[in-house]
Design a protein around this ligand. Structure first.
Ligand SMILES: [Zn+2]
Ligand SMILES: [Zn+2]
Length: 351
């Protein structure tokens, strides 16, 4: 099988040709039909996250071992199963939940595998879907997609479940108050679509790029705000009639974090999802006096993935623009993503 791997951090992915693995025990082998290209793949190929103030968090220190085959948004067809893999049929087309924990610890047992301290995420710590084949450790991570188009379903595994997990953290005011979404890239448009599917009140979308603001407007944003405007926070406070009850920051830079926190109403919640990088200094007395919440949200749990699939079956696939490319084009796609040239999602189709 052909796989595209990070071999040296900061360099283009390299093609590796290896023999296709055979599933053992509970493992399930998928032939990859669709593999979404996610912004975090840029960080994974760079090998670090920017912590602000010139500091970096190395992914090697967090357990990433090279070479690693990237790709964590995958749909594939079941082509082989281990002897103990129950409940999956050959030929079924499945979405693979990639946020896999150790499966043994108390955190995993309560369903929060995405918060396990010994994660085995596909395409991060174990081989992912930028490949002809993908091995999944257990059928419980697979969701039958029926006859839905694989390239439209694949982004649900990261972009979808990540925004769904963040939206759930805003559920107290989701249906009654405007929600602020910072970032109108692939994640932003997904968030906007799921917000609508979940019965969200209205969305105010913030982006520094006029093309992306226009895309958000077309996708149903009630108001769009230029995040680079000097009065951006004042504009959000005016649009929310006093400040936001919930801000979901899909960028996660020093500037967007500042804007997000400054736009909150008393009792408001700033939910940070994006991994762009940077830092944030907060004065402490306003935190209790304004009863503010700052909450991180990392991908989504396995039960949330199941809920999201239910939502999609009920309300239809999120209408996020998807472009397909051949597996061999992965490095060019990553370059486009880095240059900010991608609207919506690019999905590789190895098969
Ligand atoms: Zn991702
Ligand atoms: Zn665990």
């Amino acid at each position: 099988m052909r796989s595209f791997q990070v071999c040296v951090c900061g360099e283009p992915l390299r093609l590796a040709e290896q023999s296709t693995p055979e599933p053992a025990g509970t493992q399930v082998l998928l032939k990859v039909l669709a593999a979404g290209v996610c912004h975090s793949d840029l960080h994974l190929s760079d090998g670090y996250f920017d912590l602000g103030g010139g500091k970096r968090m190395s992914l090697a220190d967090r357990g990433m071992k090279l070479p690693v085959t990237l790709g964590h948004e995958n749909v594939g067809e079941v082509v082989a199963v281990g002897k103990e893999a129950r409940g999956v049929k050959l030929g079924a087309r499945m979405l693979a939940h990639p946020w896999i924990g150790c499966g043994e610890c108390a955190v995993c047992k309560r369903g929060d595998e995405n918060l396990c301290t010994a994660m085995r995420s596909l395409g991060v710590f174990t081989p992912g879907g930028y490949s002809d084949y993908l091995m999944v450790p257990h059928p419980r991570y697979l969701f039958d997609i029926g006859d839905l188009p694989p390239e439209r379903v694949a982004p649900l595994a990261c972009s979808g479940v990540t925004t769904y997990g963040a939206l759930k953290k805003a559920s107290a005011t989701l249906k009654t108050e405007p929600l602020v979404i910072i970032g109108a890239g692939g994640l932003g448009l997904m968030c906007l679509a799921l917000h609508k599917a979940m019965g969200g009140h209205s969305a105010i979308v913030v982006d520094i790029d006029p093309v992306k603001r226009e895309a958000a407007k077309k996708a149903g944003a009630h108001t769009v705000v230029d995040g680079g405007a000097p009065d951006a926070a004042a504009q959000i406070i005016a649009a929310t009639k006093g400040g936001a009850w919930a801000v979901i920051d899909l960028v996660g830079s020093s500037a967007t974090a500042r804007l997000g926190v400054d736009s909150l109403i008393k009792g408001g919640k700033y939910i940070i999802v994006g991994l762009y990088g940077g830092d944030l200094t907060l004065s402490l007395p306003p935190m209790p006096m304004r009863a503010l919440t700052v909450q991180g949200s990392y991908v989504g749990s396995l039960p949330e993935m199941g809920e999201l699939m239910e939502l999609v079956r009920r309300t239809g696939l999120p209408p996020v623009p998807v472009a397909t490319k051949r597996l061999e084009e992965v490095n060019a796609v990553l370059d486009d993503l880095r240059a900010g040239k991608v609207i919506g999602r690019v999905v590789l189709t190895p098969a």
